[in-house]
Design a protein around this ligand. Structure first.
Ligand code: ADP
Length: 345
């Protein structure tokens, strides 16, 4: 996929919206039970104090290596999982502690698109029924109204009504993801959290599905949180990007600023792994960057390093980094970075 294959995003058109989603110090900890390896309960800090805002009509990309907490954060943001701490506000309302009953009327407004459409679509149900399901759950209307809405949704995502009666295995990967998107859009959400929505697709199909996301955003005024481990993918769809490491945001910046001059050494390392030359996966047109090769494994989130979580792999780490955890701080240029010695402001 090249930059040219992706519908251009007009960032100006997106800015200035109201804050639709606000996360404040969100944590999600899992308690691991004692077993043969460990006699005591241990706490896995999957999401460890994340704060962010998403404005109406914008796309916030969330990136980081596998296991850094992106999916868990996504699920916290739409309350598909209970938070351990912190709060999430959607459209000005604190939803973090709402009971299931009170959450019910809020649910249609925020939907999740999953990575693997094969796994997330019931193989025994026809595509039309899969898309109709959320409409029935939320009592959209009578059978005729549901049928009309499903046909409309198929059209919106580029599927024909001839597809309504088919089963998921009769579709290609890209078409299956279109069904997943139609299902997510059924209840007319304002916010869509897309969790690696193109990672399971062939590179040639990825651009088509990314374009669909962009077109739908423009037509329907959608707000996206777009999760990916691939910096090449999020670049083309995101207005701003949050970089996660071990459950924390280490940098949050406008897309151009982040790619042009990363401030956190981890962001720089992730960008180093993205090819500079257009080799069919990405065209990087930023300045030539110093390459950093990430060495060593991501530490276990059960045993996070003291101080800065990245310091055990950071080529610039100094003594202070082991002693003090750097808070996420807004710099002069408006980006946020959690590093004692940022590479840019
Ligand atoms: P990512 O989406 O970035 O790959 P995840 O959010 O899936 O990361 O996982 C973050 C961390 O939380 C990982 O260490 C993962 O093993 C752990 N984790 C996720 N779900 C659970 C769970 N239900 N129970 C225990 N640990 C979990």
């Amino acid at each position: 996929m090249t930059a040219q294959d992706i519908t251009a995003v007009d960032p100006e058109a997106r800015r200035g919206g109201e804050v639709l989603l606000r996360a404040t110090d969100v944590t999600k900890h899992y308690t691991l039970r004692a077993n043969g390896l460990s006699r005591r309960h241990r706490v896995l800090r999957a999401v460890d104090g994340v704060s962010l805002e998403v404005r109406t009509g914008e796309t916030l990309g969330v990136v980081g290596e596998s296991g850094c907490g992106k999916s868990t954060l996504g699920r916290c943001l739409v309350r598909l999982t209970e938070l351990t701490g912190g709060r999430v506000e959607f459209d000005g309302r604190d939803i973090s502690a709402l009971s299931a009953r009170r959450l019910r009327p809020v649910r249609p407004g925020m939907q999740l698109v999953f990575q693997d459409p094969q796994a997330s679509l019931n193989p025994r149900r026809r595509a039309g029924d899969i898309v109709a399901e959320p409409l029935l759950v939320h009592r959209y209307g009578d059978a005729a109204a549901v049928r009309r809405r499903v046909a409309e949704l198929f059209d919106v995502v580029g599927l024909s009504t001839a597809h309504l009666e088919r089963y998921p295995h009769e579709f290609s990967g890209g078409q299956r993801q279109r069904i997943g998107i139609a299902r997510a859009l059924a209840t007319d959400p304002r916010l869509v959290v897309a969790d690696e929505p193109v990672s399971a697709l062939d590179v040639s199909i990825q651009a088509q599905v990314l374009n669909l996301f962009a077109d739908l955003q423009e037509e329907l005024g959608l707000t996206y949180v777009f999760i990916a481990h691939d910096l090449g993918v999020v670049r083309h769809v995101s207005d701003r990007i949050a970089v996660m490491y071990l459950g924390e945001i280490v940098e949050l910046a406008g897309t151009e600023a982040l790619y042009g001059s990363p401030a956190h050494p981890y962001t720089q390392a992730l960008l180093s792994a993205v090819p500079d030359i257009d080799d069919g996966t990405l065209t990087a047109d930023g300045p030539v960057r110093e390459r950093i090769v990430l060495t060593g494994e991501v530490p276990n989130p059960v045993d996070k390093p003291t101080g800065c979580p990245f310091r055990t792999r950071c080529p610039y780490a100094r003594e202070r980094c082991a002693l003090e955890r750097p808070p996420l701080t807004r710099t002069a240029s408006g980006r946020e970075v959690a590093c004692h010695y940022p590479l840019a402001d």
